[in-house]
Design a protein around this ligand. Sequence first.
Ligand SMILES: *Cc1c(COP(=O)(O)O)cnc(C)c1O
Length: 393
Amino acid sequence: MSIRSFHPPVRTLMGPGPSDVNPRILEAMSRPTIGHLDPAFVAMMEETKALLQYAFQTKNKLTMPVSAPGSAGMETCFVNLIEPGEKVIVCQNGIFGMRMKENVERCSATPIMIEEEWGKPVDPTKLEAALQENPDATVVAFVHAETSTGAISDAETLVKLAHEYDCLTIVDAVTSLAGSPLKVDEWEIDAIYSGTQKCLSCTPGISPVSFSERAIHKIQNRKTKVQSWFLDLNLVMGYWGNNAQRSYHHTAPVNALYGFHEALVILQEEGLENSWQRHAHHHNALKAGIEAMGLSFFVDEEHRLPQLNAVTVPEGIDEAEVRRILLNRYNLEIGAGLGSMAGKIWRIGLMGFASNETNVLNCLAALDGVLADMHADIQTGQAVRAAKGVYSA
Ligand SMILES: *Cc1c(COP(=O)(O)O)cnc(C)c1O
């Protein structure tokens, strides 16, 4: 055997995640590993919690990173908040809402589905009708930023409605955190989960979560044990909680958490509102270029995510071949459509560190060139100039 060290190619990540990782984060992760109960590590954990409270705009005490990817944050919310036999309203407008349904069923609860056309936001009037028809529902769950379609839903309104009918709320903020306005306390969200590899530009594998007092009350007064030992917050709180005698629950991913801490420091330095604005700004430049090419967006303008741009593939073009050329010739990764959108859209991410002028201009130039070579029906040579117009305005 002569297998050697792995050296990945250097890519530009403009897909649905992971996004380009800030080199400061990679450097932080290469610092010496210490024990996860070392007082120095515990002090860093406390800072991480405070930084994460800022990112989520919350004072929730139970705000922490779950030691596993976004999907585990999702599962943490569902298994802790839902007991067998309960009714849960799931608003679905893309792939991730489908996964919420799976989670509800695996909690031995009944999902009540509100389905929306892909590319559209969740419709509050449909949620209200479902709440009226199901007075025994206990939880409402929805995705704030649907990464599969690029649509954002009005989280504040949906949460308010759920509370009017005495339901707790579970919100997927994997793609929205740091990319789009998100205010956990002001909007009174009860349980929220996110990811590190989207607009925080950290490495994948950690899921920040936060729970309101109302959610904690329910978790602490469950009639049944949480089905998952690892994700049972009653146990995890012993490690991440504020109590003096922090106890062993699992070995925290020490170096990954150095990286996460650094990602949150970077966000604090930039300022949350500035980060939201930067995502909007580069989206506007990309949009000008995409439209100058004659291509269109899948989602209506007012519900469009700046960090995830779903662009319609021109007639007669093999979208997978375009992505293959972008990757091989330009080291540029963009995403494909999922499910019913496969073959019909590209998903161009402008997330976190990857949301910058260089990436916007390079992506437009590369896409323009590849499509022109394929004789696509586009306006060639216009995109970069249109985007530059936005930058110089
Ligand atoms: C990426 C994503 C997830 C899953 O996160 P993983 O880290 O891949 O497990 C969940 N929800 C949404 C909206 C996402 O974009």
